[in-house]
Structure formats: structure tokens, C-alpha cells
Design a protein around this ligand. Sequence first.
Ligand code: KIV
Length: 287
Amino acid sequence: MNRKKTTILTLHEKKLRGEPITMVTAYDYPSALAVDRAGIDTLLVGDSLGMVVLGYDSTTPVTMEEMLHHCRAVRRGVPANGPWLIGDMPFMSYQADRAEAVRNAGRFLREGGMDAVKLEGGRAMVDTVRAITDAGVMVVGHIGLTPQSAAQLGGYRVQGKTAADAQRLLEDALALEAAGAVMLVLEMVPDRVAARISRALRIPTIGIGAGIGCDGQVLVLHDMLGIFDRFTPKFVKKYAELGPEMERALAEYRDDVAARRFPDTEHSFLMDEAEWEKWVGGLGIGD
Ligand code: KIV
């Protein structure tokens, strides 16, 4: 595909033109290749990898080292003119100490090859967003349902359902934009609330369970491809069922090996007949 490099300006221009921005998560080299080849605008190395790739019960155990390991794999799969890359700052890599937050954000660019970082939280994160931005790292905000603090929110629940909560979300969004955030993820927010916030902001909003009125959409790769089946949120549309397909292929392989149908001649290396005769005849050891 003949593409120009995706930059934050490209994405802001898309918002101005009213063109939806596409984003998906990916965590390794082959999925990064697929995301690039599909022409998706931006790729998020989300801390959701803790659940869908590493098998944790939530995103909170994910470490900086785990995130950077996956960011590097993704970077290797994406050419210079590929999607804009966002690294997700894991739990406690930015909440406790502002200087540490800046250092960790820098590691996503320097060691992980990312173009920007994402962090969760509204007004409480404003000073952190400003500090990271001032250090020269672009920040994507994330409000609504914030999985790292889901327990505090009473679980995985829609946020902004009352007029007061919706107003709070709008104020959080405006505060993050004023602090320098270049983009904002809205997760599990009623569609009309997300649309109103999107209109109020100059920066693009990316919705996940936030309706059609956002400036773009993001889904978790393993949810949309049907690989992760522990639970499927209402907002996920499955575009494939690769989990069952992987299991079918593995069972067929197991049966082929057990029945000695694999490897067949097509998948074996053959020896020239004359060489074979020379070898077994010459040595006199037969076959
Ligand atoms: O970690 C993640 O994948 C995310 C998306 C759900 C936006 O934060």
C-alpha cells in the first residue's frame, strides 16, 4: 500500500475533515505486520496484553519491562510509514511519582520505539500529562472506564450515565486537552455523552464502547479476532473466530501425527536414489 507516514498531524487533520480514525491493539511482530498491511491508522500496544496474551486476571500486574518487550516486537513489524504507535503506561509506572512518570514515558520512545504513550485518569493526571508533554513525549489520555482502577469504579461498568457524571467526564476531557494530551480514549461511555465530549475537544477522541460519535474507534485485537474467550464485552464486534480455528488446526495436526499421515512426501526431504544406493550398498549396512 502506498502510504505516507502517519503523524499526530495526520490524525488531527482527519478529525478536522470528519474522517474516522482507526486504531487497534497489537502486541507482537506478526500482528503488527497484519495491522500495518490492513492500513490501520494507529496501533496501541495496550496493557490489555496482561489479560489477552499473558493470562493475568487484570491489567494491574503488567510491568514496564513486559510492556517494553512487546513494544519492541511491534516496532519491528511496522515500517517507518506504518501506523502511529502508542505504548500504554502500566499500573504504577506513572501514578506515584511525576519524575518517574516522565522517565518511564521516555523509555517507551527510546527503548520501545513508540511515537506516544497512553495513561489513564482525568483531572488527577493533569500535572503528570503536562510534565510528560513538556519533556517532549506525546500523551494520549484515557477516561471513562479505566481498567487499571476498575475496582475503585465498582467493576467494569459504563461511566458518565448521570448528568453529573457526564459533566465530570467533559471537564476531565477538557483538562487533559489543556494539559497537552494529543488524543483521548473514551471507554464505556454512553454514545451521546461521548459525541458531546468529542465535539467539545480539538483533539481526536477514540471510542471503545463509546458509540459512533467519537472521532475514531479502537478494539482489542484478541477480542475482535475471537482469540480471547474468557469474556466478551457488549461493545466488541467479532470480525473473525480465530480461536476455534486455531484449535481445529491443532487437533487436525495431532490426528495426522498420531495416524502417521504427517509428514508426507510433500513435507519431507528426499535423497537421490543413486546416492542412497552408494551409501547403503557401499557401506554394506542395508536399510
Ligand atoms: O489496554 C488497552 O488495550 C486499552 C484499550 C482498551 C483502549 O487501553
